[in-house]
Ligand binder design. Structure first.
Ligand code: FAD
Length: 287
């Protein structure tokens, strides 16, 4: 289908974009367009105006400052995948991005759009939870920083107000020696997850010193598997602890049916992805 008519604006600064967003009541921000345009073509979204962020160069790029990796919201998946800084400092993010869609989508799709869309089937939301990211939101009153763990409110709903733009993603650099894995179960290459698990793991003396587990597409938001995390602390990773972690992770899920599976199936896959991600992370962690 063809989208309904809309006006098009392409500001060159965040300040101008914020001004436009405040003055056009039914405007939507346009990033890579890979989620918004399909929705417009299906007429699920009929914005009166699009504010394209593509010409705002300050919204692109990856840098390091104050023990954090800072990523501009308009940085594409392709750019993340080829960033040396991301590969060196955030291998979990690199592994997750490599599993998003296909090269065509990754050339245009942005990390900011993936986060702001609020789709729990998207991969960045759970990666951001596992990495303890924070989001810089810029609006008419200035900037505020929101933690990923409180950002996602429900399906297609986030803490960002209608007049705010996600401008930057801040991710603390994980401790040296951390293991990581993004284990994603999907029906075919390029598909969204049936379920996935993002794991960041720190071992000390052969037992778990710190662990972060976040799940994709098994709830209205990405889910932090806190009980599984708690149960692993101070334990070695073996069959018994893996089974218990998978069981507890499944208990954190509140999956609904979608074209990728029934709630029970998706929950079972989340358990299995948790087990696989923990094993892979352990193999990469310095003991
Ligand atoms: P857009 O579509 O332009 O915007 C999405 C929403 O976010 C809109 O509401 C827009 O107004 C808002 N928005 C965008 N940027 C900002 C900002 N800076 N501040 C505030 N609001 C903003 N995603 C996955 O995670 N995993 C997958 O496996 C996957 N597979 C896909 C397969 C296909 C075939 C397609 C078409 C898409 C797939 N996607 C997948 C989604 C893809 O990653 C999208 O690019 C992403 O969801 C949205 O990013 P975008 O830059 O295209 O944003």
């Amino acid at each position: 289908m063809i989208p309904a008519g809309f006006d098009y604006h392409a500001p060159r600064s965040v300040a101008d974009a914020v001004k436009l967003l405040g003055s056009l009541p039914d405007a939507k921000l346009l990033a890579g367009g890979h989620s918004l345009l399909p929705m417009m073509k299906l007429r699920f979204a009929t914005p009166g105006a699009l504010i394209d962020l593509g010409k705002i160069t300050t919204l692109r790029g990856v840098s390091e400052a104050g023990g954090e990796i800072r990523i501009g919201a308009m940085t594409t998946e392709h750019e993340l995948l080829h960033s040396k800084l991301v590969a060196e400092k955030l291998p979990l993010l690199a592994e997750g991005v490599a599993q998003i869609a296909d090269p065509q989508v990754r050339y245009r799709g942005t990390i900011g759009g993936d986060i702001c869309h609020g789709d729990p089937a998207n991969d960045h939301p759970s990666l951001m939870l596992a990495l303890d990211a924070s989001f810089v939101l810029t609006g008419p009153k200035g900037e505020r920083v929101v933690k990923a763990e409180s950002y996602f409110v429900g399906v297609y709903t986030t803490q960002a107000a209608a007049d705010e733009i996600l401008t930057q993603i801040r991710i603390p650099v994980p401790a040296a020696g951390c293991g990581w894995s993004y284990s994603k179960f999907k029906r075919k290459t390029g598909d969204f997850a049936t379920a996935a698990a993002a794991v960041l793991l720190q071992m000390k003396g052969g037992t778990v010193a710190k662990v972060s587990i976040a799940l994709t597409n098994v709830g209205a938001t990405p889910i932090k598997a806190r009980q599984a995390e708690q149960a692993l602390l101070g334990k070695a990773i073996d069959d018994a602890t893996l089974n218990e972690a998978a069981r507890l992770a499944m208990g954190s899920c509140s999956a609904t049916a979608c074209p990728r599976g029934t709630p029970d199936y998706k929950t079972a896959m989340a358990g299995e992805m948790t087990r696989r991600a923990l094993l892979a992370a352990q193999a990469r962690a310095k003991p």
